[in-house]
Write a protein that binds this ligand. Sequence first.
Ligand code: GDP
Length: 309
Amino acid sequence: MFESLSDRLTGTLKDLRGKGRLSGADIDATAREIRLALLEADVALPVVREFITRIKTRAKGAEVSGALNPAQQVVKIVNEELVGILGGETRRLTFAKTPPTVIMLAGLQGSGKTTLAGKLAKWLRDQGHTPLLVACDLQRPGAVSQLQIVGERAGATVFAPHPGTSIGGGENALGVSAADPVEVARVGVAEARTKQFDIVIVDTAGRLGIDTELMNQAAGIRDAVEPDETLFVLDAMVGQDAVSTAQAFRDGVGFTGVVLTKLDGDARGGAALSVREVTGAPIMFASTGEKLEDFDVFHPDRMASRILG
Ligand code: GDP
């Protein structure tokens, strides 16, 4: 990801190196190149506009004297602004004062939610937590068993309804329908509380496109379990559509953080660069492959350095 953006930006900034002083025209020309590079990488237009305005204002106002030559100063400004649009500081998970901490995952089908549930469970277990995975994707055939497989790999317990049975054990003991994801979520969290799991990860259903039913179901789960964190899972490969999808989830469900998946892909990366600015929510984790280990906390500064080569 970002190869072509990275090449274009480093190429443009390298062109400045030979210059002792940068004129206003040099800065405008560089800003134009950066603008094109970002647009070609599918970064959302309002994000590009804001970025370019800030670069120009700062570059033109920068002190010429100092340890850095003008070209280095522009590189520094671009780097700082990239870190800024990626969210600045790394944002850590917020844990509930009284366990269990409830983390709900939301996003389109195929975005990588179920895989992420396993990754997050492993990552949390490695830190000494005891996560319970709750299978509320009752839409997609095979989603429950997929969660059971990733749960097993991650060494985490999975709470899942068995098709055609009640959950909670016994003869409809809790009066819960296994077909109702809201009830599964509610009982799953209650189960975590009773059995002393300190974190609950709720996997929810996704559709191929946004629809009202999906949003209402996710909102129903949210209201039932009152998550401490709702993570919007975004496939970084999806390009410009990412922005409207993210906005729809923000308005329909709301989320406290974003997880970018498939950052190992060869897409242009604009989604990754737009989502923070467009939704206001921090990117918290990054997923970079299909294996459970291909996962880490998202560091805006490291991502910016990667882009600037
Ligand atoms: P869900 O429908 O949102 O639950 O998505 P899944 O977790 O089933 O993931 C959809 C597909 O994307 C699966 O084939 C995953 O193996 C794959 N996948 C998930 N995360 C990543 C990632 O970070 N990189 C790559 N290359 N593939 C991923």
